[in-house]
Design a protein around this ligand. Structure first.
Ligand code: ADP
Ligand code: MG
Length: 294
């Protein structure tokens, strides 16, 4: 593109809070035919809230004390939601527990010892790795996931005792962004560490037909590379630390402005308003810039 076209393009973007870090980013934006979007924090607000707590063989108050002790040690957004819920529902008489031997299991959950008991908080894979059977909680978990809730499981001393369901509202313009991308003949893919049923439900609400779920943080970039190997020109949109390798792998990395510093530093484009609608806007500005150069 000519220097003038690039100045016009980056100026247009800047006015909307769409920051292109360099001229190449603007030119690449014009050639994108596939947009991969992280779910949590990108398509959704990334502020999950506990909606249901289903217990089996443990009291609510004791469950919340054990789980909160583990999740206080974690920085995961789901952990923050659990801790907040536990504070709001704390029994007046129960003292807080502290966790020892905390271990974060990326993409799966967390474990620790609390009040002499071994507590696991996370997804099915986390429990399966320790041979914990879900038992009667399995059907409740499936129902909640099918409804689009992120279902977190809790095991104490090798026994499944609870399902904690969380909802993370879609960003207001997420569905409109998907529609605009489809109109521009761009394929949209959801990429998430969350489970298949939950991801499918949210994708369906937003009009996204391709879902890649239950992806470990370390594997996100491999999925981008696979699409590129199929000849796609891929933009990745993400907010999290775990999205950074995928943002780097993509032809165009797009970071949500409200996201983590690592994502913002790694990306080629930053959406300052954290608005999913600015994804189609960024591609349109790129296409306009390229047209001016011909
Ligand atoms: P996402 O890509 O949606 O941000 P992650 O890859 O971080 O998800 O985690 C994948 C799944 O692992 C979560 O949906 C959840 O079931 C489980 N998980 C991870 N960390 C935690 C935690 N601290 N507490 C509860 N569950 C967790
Ligand atoms: Mg995210």
């Amino acid at each position: 593109a000519t220097p003038t076209a690039i100045m016009v393009g980056s100026g247009l973007g800047a006015r909307r809070g769409v920051l292109f870090k360099n001229a190449t980013a603007l030119e690449t934006a014009a050639r994108i035919d596939t947009v991969v979007m992280d779910k949590t924090g990108t398509l959704t607000r990334g502020e999950p809230e506990v909606t249901d707590v289903v217990v089996d063989g443990i009291g609510d108050a004791e469950l919340l004390r054990l789980v909160a002790a583990v999740e206080r040690e974690s920085e995961h957004p789901l952990a923050t939601a659990v801790v907040r819920y536990a504070q709001q529902h704390a029994a007046a008489d129960g003292a807080d527990h502290t966790a020892s031997g905390f271990r974060n299991v990326p993409g799966h959950g967390a474990t620790a010892t609390v009040a002499g008991r071994r507590v696991l908080v996370g997804n099915r894979a986390l429990l399966a790795a320790e041979q914990v059977e879900l038992g009667p909680l399995a059907s409740r978990r499936d129902e909640l996931a099918a409804a689009g809730r992120t279902a977190v499981l809790v095991a104490v001393d090798g026994r499944a005792v609870a399902v904690i369901a969380m909802a993370d509202a879609a960003r207001d313009t997420a569905a409109a962004a998907v529609t605009a991308l489809h109109q521009a003949e761009v394929r949209v893919v959801m990429l998430t560490g969350d489970n298949q049923a939950t991801a499918q439900r949210i994708a369906q609400q937003l009009g996204i037909d391709t879902v890649i779920a239950e992806v470990l943080p370390a594997d996100k970039s491999a999925h981008i590379a696979r699409l590129q190997a199929q000849g796609r020109k891929v933009a990745m949109v993400g907010d999290g630390v775990n999205d950074a390798p995928a943002l780097a792998q993509a032809d165009l990395g797009i970071a949500i402005g409200a996201g983590t510093d690592v994502a913002i530093e790694t990306a080629d484009v930053v959406l300052m308003r954290s608005d999913p609608l600015d994804v189609p806007v960024a591609l349109r500005i790129g296409r306009g810039t390229l047209r001016k150069m011909r």
